[in-house]
Design a protein around this ligand. Structure first.
Ligand code: ADP
Length: 645
């Protein structure tokens, strides 16, 4: 096949531009990225060879080699791993398949366009860009690759500006060699001499020491340029292995620095920021395993998209087996990254077998508990870290309140909620309980679309008037878990928009009780008549003890689903019965007292029926609900307004 020229996909081009113009201050990390890819390619080859005898791959002496040439100013990173076919080269290298990176670019573009500003260093720093980072240090990159089992290789070359060429090559070795034509050194721009053995040794030690494949370096053909290398230049004909290859999870805590853990995290997660927490677990006994897990400092863009991959890798006796091992982590902890290394599994273990394995299920439970207890510790030891955690992952974690009954208390214990107590700081449930007023038995909450919508809801009036704290729940998942009747610390969660409210001290209640009896008598006729008028929409009309300002509100019966939950089920394609709700009137409101007078004077007056209907519509609008017949409401309202102008 002749040499073909291709254009980079638009997103790829944007990313390359950022690389060429060096948005990262630390350029050394290109080597980490290339070694990380090479290590993955070796893992893949070992797995494929294990599963497919006919692959015809060469699996002897799998390793990564660094070859520097100071005269030509090139650096080659070579692996004898799985390699890529010609089609794969075009698909994988010419485009950005990584959906997180694509989403990041979109976001960057939007924010950049809005502000007309240069991209923010911190934001960019959070995203690994793999192979493309070569263009931070090179003005031309050549990739020569041959897929294991295939006979023809492919050469890919680009200067990073818009296009790349691809040609077929007959004598390529198995695996991938990436050759960088290095940009000139520039101390100010932190471009070092990446042909210097001393520099390469340092970078590998810092970023890639834990890589489980040997990373070898032969002395450069022209001799080292650094004085340090001069002394051993003659002796070093044998390639030197630069990394210790020690699996971090198998080493004891005091042997490993935080920086080393963080590098492993970056290798696994493709994230460029340090994790919030590192979680270690060594299980001994009949089923032995080691886990090294990380809680990231920010959520990946696609965390809520379908098909999001969980971030835990499975190893068996130090051998990488699979990525995204869903059997090891519950879905609500899908943001956790890391490694689990089990001693007693077969290297051939499949996802299906893992799902059913009892030992794996036990491991799954233990890991979930361990992560939750780590979050709990973080809450007291590092409140700011916990605040970040909750902002990034709270929404996901709360999904566990539905699926994981066993850990429900633990999850509630580490959850935070927006509250009427504090405009900016969310509260934990323990803090809420501590602040509860004397005589208050329940934990009150209201769900809604936004903080503002909830705060302005008529349901809040009595609570606001009495200074009773209400949790403001605005995530869609909140509708669902609060509906499953959870308890915290022996206390029920109560919606302020459901059932009767019964606030105040015993004395106050008693007093209110006798007053209410009087009002009941006074309003009995109106309530019964309105219930008849509105029978199609409500199951009861009653006097309210939750309103102080508004004339009316609609509430759900204690055990009925709320309209929001109903909508949620519908959106998931689940039909559920539509329960009628209850209309509550505020007997202290002039509109209601006038209605009562009107009803006593002439229960058959035609305007009275319209007023009842309008009042119900107003109550629905006040809670942000939908009207049964908006056009009719507008007509009635217009007629009324006509009379007053
Ligand atoms: P990422 O590693 O984040 O997926 P990269 O741009 O670094 O993104 O690489 C894109 C893809 O190209 C990789 O997922 C892998 O499939 C392939 N690739 C990169 N380097 C190698 C390599 N050394 N050997 C085989 N495949 C590779």
């Amino acid at each position: 096949m002749p040499t073909e020229t291709f254009e980079f996909q638009v997103e790829a081009r944007q990313l390359l531009q950022m690389m060429i113009h060096s948005i990262y201050s630390n350029k050394d990390v290109f080597l980490r990225e290339l070694i990380s890819n090479a290590s993955d390619a070796l893992d893949k080859l070992r797995l494929e060879a294990l599963r497919d005898d006919s692959l015809g791959a060469d699996t002897a002496d799998l390793h990564i080699a660094l070859e520097a040439d100071p005269q030509a100013r090139t650096l080659t990173v070579r692996d004898n791993g799985i390699g890529m076919s010609r089609d794969e080269v075009v698909a994988l290298i010419g485009t950005i398949a990584n959906s997180g990176t694509a989403a990041f670019l979109r976001e960057l573009k939007e924010s950049g366009e809005a502000a007309g500003a240069a991209p923010e260093q911190g934001l960019i720093g959070q995203f690994g860009v793999g192979f493309y980072s070569s263009f931070m240090v090179a003005d031309e990159v050549t990739l020569l690759t041959r897929r294991a089992g295939e006979s023809t290789g492919t050469r890919w070359t680009s200067g990073g500006e818009g296009t790349y060429t691809v040609e077929s090559v007959d004598d390529a070795p198995q695996g991938t060699a990436i050759t960088l034509r290095l940009k000139p050194e520039d101390a100010e721009d932190r471009l070092h001499d990446y042909t210097s053995p001393w520099k390469l040794r340092e970078i590998v030690k810092r970023y890639s020491d834990f890589i489980t494949w040997p990373i070898r370096m032969a002395e450069p053909s022209g001799g080292g340029t650094e004085p340090e290398t001069g002394s051993d230049a003659d002796a070093a004909k044998e390639p030197e292995t630069l990394n210790s290859m020690k699996a971090l999870w198998a080493r004891s805590r005091d042997e490993v620095t935080d920086a080393e853990y963080h590098e492993l995290y970056k290798h696994i997660s493709h994230d460029w920021t340090d994790p919030l927490e590192t979680v270690r677990l060594h299980a001994e006994g009949t089923f032995e395993y080691q886990a090294l897990l990380f809680i990231p400092a920010h959520a990946q863009q696609d965390l809520f998209l379908q098909g999001y991959k969980r971030g835990v890798q499975l190893y068996v006796k130090r051998v990488f087996i699979m990525d995204d091992c869903e059997a090891l982590m519950p879905s609500y902890l899908r943001f956790v990254k890391g490694v689990v290394d089990a001693q007693d599994l077969s290297l051939n273990v499949s996802r299906e077998i893992l799902q059913q394995d009892r030992q794996i299920q036990l491991m799954h439970r233990r890991l979930a508990k361990k992560v939750l207890s780590t979050v709990k510790d973080m809450m007291s030891a590092h409140p700011e870290r916990y605040a970040t955690f909750w902002r990034e992952f709270g929404r996901v974690l709360k999904e566990g309140l539905l699926g994981d009954g066993e850990n429900r208390d633990a999850i509630l214990g580490v959850s935070s909620f927006a509250t009427t107590h504090d405009k900016d700081q969310p509260t934990t449930l323990a803090q809420y309980v501590e602040r509860m007023k004397e005589g208050q038995e329940h934990i009150y909450y209201l769900t809604g679309e936004s903080r503002q919508a909830i705060e302005n809801s008529p349901h809040m009036e009595a609570f606001q008037a009495r200074g009773i704290e209400v949790l403001l729940l605005t995530d869609p998942v909140d509708e669902v878990w609060v509906d499953s009747a959870p308890q915290f610390d022996g206390r029920d969660f109560r919606s302020v928009a459901k059932g009767e409210v019964d606030l105040g001290t015993e004395e106050e209640k008693e007093q209110a009780g006798s007053e209410r009896e009087k009002q009941q008598e006074e309003y009995a006729g109106l309530l019964a008549w309105m219930a008849g008028q509105l029978a199609e929409h409500v199951k009861e009309v009653r006097l309210s003890s939750r309103l102080t300002v508004s004339p009316a509100c609609v509430v759900s019966d204690t055990h009925d689903v709320t309209p929001a939950l109903e909508n949620l089920y519908r959106a998931m394609g689940q039909e559920i019965p539509h329960p009628k709700r209850i209309l509550e009137l505020n007997p202290a409101h002039p509109l209601v007292t006038a209605l009562n007078r009107g009803h006593t004077a002439d229960p058959a007056a035609p305007e009275l029926a319209e007023s009842a209907e309008l009042l119900h519509s107003l109550a629905l609008l006040a809670e942000g609900g939908e009207l049964p017949d908006p056009a009719r409401f507008v007509k009635l309202m217009a007629t009324r307004l006509e009379r007053t102008v």
